[in-house]
Write a protein that binds this ligand. Structure first.
Ligand code: F0G
Length: 355
């Protein structure tokens, strides 16, 4: 079989021409759709996970970054800027490097996971920790891009949505049709917007017979769409979705309404429980924010709101290695220390209680 060529080459006929003039790719997309029998058992549905941590920089952001950076490169841009809770900055930094551009990233002070910070710096981005939260960073990045010769590569850039919609195409291409329900975390709301664009495009063109209900989940301490008003001081352990005023708020509401879906919130405890369950019982290691879709699905299943046998796809958005510290904590907040033993089979056998 031929190697996967990245989302622009794979979906060329469904992406705008201007992103194809100078393609900058790291081989993003083509991520696994993994059957999750344990989640099916717990929910009574048929659950698959779209494992977006398998993208080149470890999150779904690479799908939209290949298109945004390619478009910028095609226009001869030299520099890009983004605001980020971490993953967008890691992705922008990598793709800018591949394109030979400089990249500036604005991140909320002290509130991004170490893995993501390391990526942006390793790829040579000019990283500034802004005194403020993500929403403040985004306002500043937009102003910067209006006034100075730098292109904004946040998901308010329409080329980002074009690239990210390919995830919905891949789901349909793998299953043969759209699922009944698509579940995902919601932060700045670009991804729910992009999936809905992808699903409706495939349905319009008859590639899929239907569209799924879109179920989005915000963290309870950062749930502006659920509350119906911006949150000035968003707070959650899921730092990737610690966002109080999402840029694609209207589009997220449209996706919810047009798909007869829902947008609800899950607590940090539910997020961390789903994070543990995914790792320990499913075999998929994600970062906390990425577990909020699974947390929401489990919550709805408990109250009998998941239709029996429904085909459900849950996007897990980012890799567990981005923010690994959570795996070393117990449910009640204690820390887990590895057991030390001497390098002897007997001592090891007894530590493992092999009898
Ligand atoms: N999951 C992860 C791991 C994320 O990094 C993000 C967003 C989301 C979910 C939510 O997606 O914003 O499209 O609704 N991260 C952005 C960033 C904000 O800067 O990396 P969304």
């Amino acid at each position: 079989a031929q190697q996967w060529r990245g989302v622009i080459a794979e979906y060329a006929d469904r992406l705008p021409q201007h992103v194809q003039e100078r393609v900058v790719t790291l081989g993003e997309g083509g991520t696994p759709l993994v059957a999750a029998p344990r989640l099916s058992e717990l929910t009574g549905a048929q659950v698959h996970l779209k494992v977006e941590g398998m993208n080149p920089t470890g999150s779904f952001k690479d799908r939209g970054m290949t298109t945004a950076i390619s478009a910028a490169a095609g226009r001869g841009a030299r520099a890009v800027v983004c605001a980020s809770t971490g993953n967008t900055s890691a992705s922008a930094a990598a793709y800018a490097t591949a394109a030979g551009m400089t990249c500036a990233v604005l991140v909320p002070d002290g509130k991004i996971a170490m893995g993501k910070l390391s990526q942006a710096i390793a790829h040579g981005a000019r990283l500034l920790q802004v005194e403020g939260n993500f929403d403040d960073c985004l306002v500043a990045a937009r102003k910067l891009a209006e006034t100075y010769p730098v292109e904004l590569v946040n998901s308010v850039n329409p080329d980002r949505i074009q690239g990210q919609k390919t995830a919905a195409f891949e789901v349909v291409d793998a299953l043969g049709d759209a699922p009944d329900v698509h579940v995902l975390p919601v932060g700045n709301a670009g991804n729910i917007t992009a999936y809905w664009a992808g699903y409706t495009e495939y349905a319009r063109d008859g590639v899929a017979a239907r569209t799924p209900a879109m179920w989005g989940f915000q963290a309870a301490g950062a749930a502006p769409i659920v509350l119906g008003h911006p949150v000035t001081e968003p707070e959650t352990v899921a730092t990737a979705i610690r966002i109080g005023n999402p840029a694609s708020w209207e589009q997220a509401l449209a996706a919810k309404e047009e798909s007869a879906g829902l947008i609800e919130s899950v607590t940090d405890e539910q997020i961390l429980a789903a994070h543990r369950l995914l790792a320990a019982e499913v075999g998929v290691f994600v970062e906390p924010a990425s577990a909020s879709g699974v947390a929401g699905l489990l919550m709805l299943a408990e109250s009998g709101r998941v239709p029996r046998g429904a085909r459900v796809v849950v996007t897990v958005t980012g890799h567990g290695l981005k923010d690994p510290q959570w795996a070393l904590r117990t449910a009640d907040g204690g820390s887990i220390e590895p057991v030390r033993v001497s390098a002897e089979a007997m001592a090891i056998a007894s530590a493992l209680e092999l009898g």
